[in-house]
Design a protein around this ligand. Sequence first.
Ligand SMILES: C[S@@+](CC[C@H](N)C(=O)[O-])C[C@H]1O[C@@H](n2cnc3c(N)ncnc32)[C@H](O)[C@@H]1O
Length: 287
Amino acid sequence: MPNPAKPEKTGWRKYLMLPRLIRLSRSAPKDRPLAWDRYWAGITATGPGGEVLWDAGSDHEFLGYRDLILRHLDPALPVVDVGCGHGSFTRALAAHFPQAIGVDISAHAAALAAAEPGNPGNVSFEVRDMTAPGAGAGLVAGPANVFVRGVLHVLSPADQAALAENLRVLAGGRGTVFLAETNFQGNPVEYVTHLGATQRSIPAPLERAIRGLPMPGHFGPKERSRALPPASWELLEEGAAAIETNPVTGVEGQSRVPGYVAALRPRRPSGETPKHAGEDAPLTGSS
Ligand SMILES: C[S@@+](CC[C@H](N)C(=O)[O-])C[C@H]1O[C@@H](n2cnc3c(N)ncnc32)[C@H](O)[C@@H]1O
């Protein structure tokens, strides 16, 4: 006979791992740029069976975005992969755009991305804090498409707004921004449980992230309209998606996190006219 008390007990049990989570996360540097660079400095294996939590080791997730990307992003423009990590999405994007530039705050991430096998000739990587004032300028000549996966949800609201301003400059008058972000609704214990942590064990890629990185937030329609407000950004399309993570536990649901995707284009500030007929002048000033 089913015991109605059991699910409740199992539900509460996961909170017994809280002291361990607190102990592990205490070692993560409070300085975010430092945390990211140390994290990437320690990565020795990517792809299937690798050490990176958000690396599913396949192009399955990207293929799920491809139609939406091709619907809204101008295929004649370069694409900038903001917060590219080890560059797996930069490499996938390179098949669809004349040039793909991966940019990351971590020098170790950019070096790892550049050293990965299979980088086509139209791919390059750069180190830049994309929340820094002016970071959107000078990366590419003219407007670019922008791809962002799993970056906004790890930033504070102030840094999200700073990043958005740089995305606006990068996109200029013709580029489109594509976002794919984790939008898990739940507390940190529920999040790590979803990713396969139990009282007895924590999957290695997850433990590495907990030890080294600040606890992520979530990013969905509400956060998007705050960071990229409708007055400054035209929302072309949005929807739900599954963000695919390292399939280390072998349990399918544990390597798919509820996510959010959107395609947006910066609105031209009123009174600003395009410099060229093709509207390819970069946007200037504040939105
Ligand atoms: C969760 S990872 C996602 C990596 C990659 N987009 C992917 O999906 O495989 C977040 C990435 O954002 C980078 N990052 C964090 N803050 C950043 C910033 N201010 N400017 C540029 N990159 C940043 C980190 O170094 C890390 O590589």
